[in-house]
Design a protein around this ligand. Structure first.
Ligand SMILES: [Mn+2]
Length: 298
């Protein structure tokens, strides 16, 4: 099935989350959290990510991950990722316990489409100190798509990772995983990148972006995904395809905020403050927006 057909299918089955103009939601994707080795593309951004997430927790945001957030292609066991980035997972657990965490799977964590895998790996973890199983995201559901539906206007924002209909991302994902685990992971340690991924292949990315736009034009909703690693924020009046970007860029992480009925693309990065004698600080900068969500609905 094509990207177009698959997105329609995922939309039809997607669970709905109500929101309104006082909701605060932050969307991020493609964190590709790994095992903290040289092949872990997230490791150098962990502090940035943690700081941003703390900000969103303190400011009452709901956090939604739009796929490829745990690198389960390169890493066989989620438990190694959880241990490598345990602070991040404990903070995510705070969101979850507060009813403010939703997860969507992508192609690199596609094994989570099986609820049994989710139950086995995400519900609880083994605590070395207490020597007991402790709850992590007990009872969580990992979705393929989600719809944010406005309480009053009924307008929809559709969220999915964006790998739908991609041959290597979806149908032959086990083959892509085999290459990731046994080939790309090792080449990556030498500085060579996987050319089969739209995140790293310019041509493939353009093709898939065209598909997202073709699809969203046929719908009466806003579409937000990840997968390409290229942040996207259309001008109002243009087809409402948005992209959260990624958290594996060498110098920044990006995300999309929804607040007060407006949408904003932000980045978090390290900046120097020369007036204070060379202090480095974490900055949240607006890349695009804020724009009224209502200006994007057809
Ligand atoms: Mn992806």
């Amino acid at each position: 099935m094509s990207t177009y057909e698959r997105l329609t299918e995922v939309l039809e089955l997607a669970e709905e989350i109500p929101y309104n103009d006082s909701s605060k939601i932050v969307l991020m994707s493609d964190t590709h959290r790994g095992d903290n080795s040289w092949a872990d593309d997230f490791a150098h951004n962990e502090n940035l990510f943690y700081f941003a997430l703390e900000y969103y927790f303190a400011h009452d945001f709901t956090y939604i991950e739009i796929g490829d957030c745990d690198e389960l292609h390169e890493n066989r066991r989620f438990e190694e990722i959880r241990q490598a980035h345990s602070d991040v997972f404990f903070l995510m657990r705070d969101f979850y316990n507060d009813g403010r965490l939703h997860l969507i799977f992508g192609n690199h964590d596609i094994v989570r489409k099986d609820p049994k895998v989710v139950e086995r790996t995400l519900y609880r973890y083994y605590d070395e100190r207490t020597q007991r199983y402790e709850p992590l995201f007990d009872g969580i559901e990992v979705h393929e798509g989600l719809v944010l539906r406005h309480w009053e206007t009924s307008k929809r924002i559709f969220l999915a990772h964006g790998h739908q209909g991609d041959l290597l991302g979806e149908t032959l994902w086990w083959l892509a995983r085999l290459f990731s685990r046994h080939l790309w992971r090792h080449l990556q340690l030498l500085g060579i990148r996987d050319p089969t991924s739209p995140a790293k292949n310019y041509k493939k990315r353009r093709i898939v972006e065209r598909e997202y736009i073709r699809w969203v034009k046929s719908q009466d909703l806003i579409f937000i995904c990840g997968h390409t690693h290229r942040p996207m924020f259309p001008k109002s009046g243009k087809p409402p395809y948005f992209n959260t970007g990624s958290c594996v860029h060498p110098r920044s992480i990006t995300g999309i905020e929804i607040e007060s009925g407006e949408i904003t693309l932000v980045k978090w990065w390290i900046r120097p403050r020369s007036e204070e004698g060379g202090v480095l600080y974490v900055a949240r900068d607006v890349v695009a927006g804020p724009e009224k969500l209502s200006s994007f609905f057809p």
